[in-house]
Design a binder for this molecule. Structure first.
Ligand SMILES: C[S@@+](CC[C@H](N)C(=O)[O-])C[C@H]1O[C@@H](n2cnc3c(N)ncnc32)[C@H](O)[C@@H]1O
Length: 258
């Protein structure tokens, strides 16, 4: 309701900028987007849809509060793309850095990951995520091992298994840099396959700077990276990885699912 009133207050200025056609088109898309999210929540017995600005995340006093982005939920289409990677998910751990209310965790758990882990800075959201995991009432989960940790992604130590890291533009470059430093250290200690699906990849420059994550697949709203240190590990696995799929084939696979 609060968001609706805020949107209503902004309507005249948006109308001026977009014109009648633009305004109507944006309004229809917004309503459809909200409706789809609402239906997803209703169907699955959870509450993930409402955006929460940083000022309402109760992050005061936490070291990276000023680097945090607002809470917005992932859409199923983003996680569906994991299917294109065609990896042996049983040997991978999925880690969502900034898991919010846990929607991406639930969407990822439809794949047969060994474990699914969410790291969330806001205690309030971490609690909501745990609640959503426990009330989720759809029978499509292949992974039941879902854990939500309340903490800072910058201080998170990655588990020693193969990794599928997910991040929906959760924080600014300073935190991305720390995360990549920890990931690199972990890969040096335990060389293995690691992918990073970065949605709304605002801080791509930090990936370029870190030097050990290679971009393997790009779409408008996200970028997938693979750790260069995974080459030996990938060679040991029979499955095709993005590193071994020729680019045109990968593009075809993606466009077929679009
Ligand atoms: C855009 S939301 C993503 C939500 C979730 N990943 C999803 O896709 O549905 C970003 C989330 O990152 C969290 N966040 C911000 N900074 C963080 C940090 N340093 N460590 C862990 N979580 C953080 C925010 O509280 C927010 O919930």
């Amino acid at each position: 309701m609060k968001r609706f009133l805020l949107d209503l207050a902004k309507a005249p200025s948006r109308f001026k900028v977009l014109g009648l056609r633009g305004f109507v088109s944006v309004a229809i898309r917004t309503v459809l987007f909200d409706l789809r999210n609402w239906l997803w929540d209703m169907r699955h017995g959870v509450n993930t849809r409402q955006r929460i600005p940083v000022s309402e995340l109760a992050l005061e006093g936490l070291p990276n509060s000023e680097n945090a982005e607002a809470y917005t939920a992932s859409t199923p289409a983003l996680l569906d793309r994991l299917g294109v990677l065609n990896l042996d998910w049983n040997s991978f751990v999925f880690v969502d850095l900034g898991c919010g209310k846990g929607k991406a965790l639930l969407l990822a758990a439809r794949f047969s990951f060994m474990r699914v882990i969410g790291v969330e800075l806001s205690d309030k959201l971490a609690r909501l995520a745990r609640q959503n995991v426990s009330t989720y009432r759809y029978s499509d989960l292949k992974c039941r091992n879902i854990e939500v940790l309340n903490g800072d992604a910058a201080a998170y130590m990655f588990p020693a298994e193969r990794l599928m890291v997910y991040c929906f533009n959760s924080f600014s470059g300073a935190v991305v840099r720390e995360v990549l430093r920890n990931l690199n250290q972990s890969l040096q200690q335990h060389p293995r396959a690691a992918y990073f699906l970065y949605v709304n990849p605002v801080w791509e420059s930090v990936f370029v700077e870190c030097g050990f994550m290679r971009p393997v697949w790009r779409e408008q709203s996200y970028q997938v990276y693979a750790a260069v240190t995974m080459a030996g590990d990938a060679a040991k696995t029979p499955e095709q990885t993005p590193a071994t799929i020729p680019e045109p084939a990968l593009r075809r696979a993606v466009s077929h699912r679009a």
